[in-house]
Design a protein around this ligand. Structure first.
Ligand SMILES: [Zn+2]
Length: 75
């Protein structure tokens, strides 16, 4: 089976076989995860992202985003 790898020119993330997303760090994910973590933030500012097709993006689950960073509240 041949692999088809696309690289998003905006996010610099690889999408394998139009489905599996290879992040520069961490485990591979899917287009939804990529959207939740990266693409939703660049959509308006940087046209050309190849992961803006809403048909291929599922509703975002809490596990799709990065774990929220909690800062210590200083009073
Ligand atoms: Zn992108």
């Amino acid at each position: 089976m041949s692999e088809n790898i696309e690289i998003c020119p905006v996010c610099q993330v690889k999408i394998k076989n139009d489905r599996e997303v290879i992040f520069s760090a961490g485990k591979p994910g899917d287009r939804t995860k990529l959207w939740a973590r990266v693409c939703q933030y660049v959509a308006d500012k940087r046209p050309g992202c190849i992961n803006q097709d809403s048909d291929k993006i599922s509703p975002i689950k809490p596990t799709d985003t990065y774990k929220p960073v909690t800062f210590e509240q200083k009073q």
